[in-house]
Design a protein around this ligand. Sequence first.
Ligand SMILES: Cc1ncc(COP(=O)(O)O)c(C=O)c1O
Length: 465
Amino acid sequence: MWYSSIIETVGNTPLVRLQTVNKGQPGTLLAKVEYFNPGHSVKDRIALKMIEDAEKSGKLKPGGTIIEGTSGNTGMGLALVAAVKGYKCVFTTTDKQSMEKVNLLRALGCEVQICPTNVEPDDPRSYYSVARRLSEEIPNSFYPDQYNNLSNRQSHYETTGPEIWEQTEGKVTHFVAGIGTGGTISGAAQYLKEKNPDIVIIGVDSVGSIFKSYFETGNFDKRHIAPYLTEGIGEDIIPANVDFDLIDEIIQCPDREAFVTTRKLARREGLFVGGSCGSAVWGAQQYIKKNPLKEDDVVVILLPDSGTRYVSKFYSDEWMRTNGFLEEEHRPELEEVITLRGMGERELITVDREETLEQAIKLMNRHNISQLPVALGDDIVGSLTENRILSLLMESADARTRKVGSVMDEPFPVVAMDLKIDQISRMLSDGPAAVMVRLDDGRHTIVTRSDLIYALAESRDSSRE
Ligand SMILES: Cc1ncc(COP(=O)(O)O)c(C=O)c1O
């Protein structure tokens, strides 16, 4: 069996049970994994439908050029279909989109024009306006307009909705999807509600988008519009493809929750998906918290695209840290490390310079420690570590009778109490075995690798949901 072209592989994506989200709670959570489409996103469905409908109506003629304002995924879908059918493509997109997405479109032979994000939609520089202008200037061109072209939601009425109904054998009780153009949620919801009007439709929006406030108040209040980083969902316009009458609830997801949840989907579920997938799953979790599921409930969450387009964004720890999204931001301070281990109250264990190595070894065993500061009166004059003792004993067993002062290393470095844990960890990773910290009362305490490990593990545990 074979397909006559790649176009025939659009749709029929799998439903996959989520293993860790909602674990141990009633109900079944299923992900509709749209990266199985040939262009790796849900948008292949609308690309095919918009082009085929335009061919039928005569809007798109052989040798024509397809022009669209797209955040990447629709472009990819259109580019694949255009390649098979012999059309050219010109796309406009915003400077918020990942370069991976833009480069992918260029790889498929498309022209891509990048426009500013933070301008009004009707500004002549916006990616909507530029696409519209190009479609007027370029002869024999077709402007699909995924926002207002109802072939978009019709494709979901004809494919996504029926697939979900059939794959769950009619057992689906809730459908959760992000809202961008609104095509996915409106088309699938229309089909599902025709089959069973009790199916709950939950839309997921991004904080900073207009949809939620418009849905709840009926007013288009620009004060709700703010910049955000999640790609693909949320808008500052109301596209014709959104049918709010079919949506029961809209939940807004902040960027941080979207990205942290997406990273968990990759690491815990093996679902390497895009950022709006985290929004959808987080949205489902919020809904379930307020409306606990029953045992027979089946929640289908649509995951629109793949993670490959975001490796240099939220899948990068550095990017997450720069944007203040990484969980590790909540690292303990040095003072907490000392308090956690009760080191502030305890006397610092030291060995006198005049004592023998044997006495030092006994001291280390008794206190179960791996290193010792070496003292001369009230001063710290050196250090002794397990590593050093091991190499001395390997040289000669008689070493145990030697004076500590004759074999000790440099004292451990003294650090200030306000030094960050990251810096101390870097110092300890390939340098000294410990650092000394001066306490307020003038005494010193010691902080070792194992103290850091313990403190980091403790604070991580308490920051887990
Ligand atoms: C990554 C991503 N997620 C979600 C959506 C939202 O889907 P729809 O436009 O059908 O509302 C889009 C649409 O652009 C998208 O690209």
